[in-house]
Design a binder for this molecule. Structure first.
Ligand code: SAM
Length: 183
């Protein structure tokens, strides 16, 4: 009887720890959604391939996804275009999903748990982004300060502040506009 009571207590403690863990994870995600570059909304796979096609990636180019989510852009940039692809992901929960994609699904590329604003992007040949316009407008300063001449930015769905795109691919069915910039 005493043993049964103890095991019930242990189970209760485990449940409480899990609930607290989930609350902490969700609070961090909520904070990032409100004050970071925006929430995790994955780009539809069809659009991922379309963006990468228009990015015209050459073998060995350094590609960054500045808010990588589960790492889908960097996976296909490496797999289909042989790029050296790195993603930054600020949200620990989403970062954890990217690790599942990598180690269980075998996805390529490397997602780092980091705020991209604190990382250097000086060696980038291509930046990929799918972020809210208000965040992109803030990021423009970093892009213009750090990116080398000739490097490209491909932004899915939203334009970047006052930067003038080299090309805009119009909306096509379920695929939003694609903005292409060249420094
Ligand atoms: C709209 S989602 C896009 C995810 C992925 N690139 C895709 O297209 O499927 C934007 C992601 O950027 C992440 N993020 C927002 N601000 C960030 C920052 N400052 N540094 C790194 N990641 C950031 C969010 O956590 C979110 O997962």
């Amino acid at each position: 009887m005493k043993l049964l009571k103890l095991s019930h207590m242990a189970l209760g403690i485990i449940v409480i720890i899990i609930v607290i863990g989930v609350i902490i994870f969700l609070s961090i995600s909520f904070y990032i959604t409100m004050f970071g570059g925006g929430p995790f909304v994955p780009t539809p796979m069809k659009a991922v391939h379309e963006v990468l096609k228009h990015a015209k990636i050459k073998k060995g180019e350094k590609v960054y996804d500045i808010g990588a989510g589960d790492g889908r852009f960097i996976h296909f940039a490496e797999k289909d275009y042989k790029a050296k692809a790195i993603g930054f992901e600020i949200d620990p929960f989403v970062y954890f999903i990217s690790k599942i994609r990598k180690y269980i699904w075998g996805w390529k590329g490397n997602v780092l748990r980091a705020n991209f604003l604190k990382k250097s992007i000086k060696d980038a040949d291509l930046i990929i982004c799918y972020m809210l316009p208000r965040s992109l407008a803030k990021f423009q300063i970093k892009f213009e300060k750090e990116l080398k001449k000739g490097s490209r930015i491909v932004s899915y769905a939203f334009h970047i502040g006052t930067m003038k795109p080299k090309k805009v691919i119009p909306k096509n069915g379920g695929i939003s506009q694609i903005f292409i910039y060249q420094l």
